[in-house]
Design a protein around this ligand. Structure first.
Ligand code: SF4
Length: 78
């Protein structure tokens, strides 16, 4: 389910070098603009089950253009 909201992703397009690793790791979260290949954020607040692939995208990004925050739910609902 989307929109539960404890995962937040941010990009810095000025740092992006268009390598595309983020899109390969998490295609539902990241895309690239057709003209320059710069990262486009498709989902700034993806569902929690995307956490591992977003973390992988951060690890694979050669320019440090991606960051994310994950805050586990504290209300006991999973
Ligand atoms: S992996 Fe990093 S440098 Fe490559 S397109 Fe994604 S944000 Fe840009």
């Amino acid at each position: 389910m989307e929109g539960l909201g404890s995962l937040r992703v941010a990009i810095d397009g000025a740092r992006c070098i268009g390598a595309g690793n983020c899109v390969l790791a998490a295609p539902s979260v990241f895309d690239q603009c057709e003209k320059e290949g710069i990262v486009v954020l498709r989902q700034p607040r993806p569902s929690e089950d995307q956490k591992d692939v977003v973390a992988e995208a951060v690890d694979l990004c050669p320019s440090g253009a991606i960051s994310f925050q994950f805050r586990p739910r504290s209300d006991g609902v999973s």
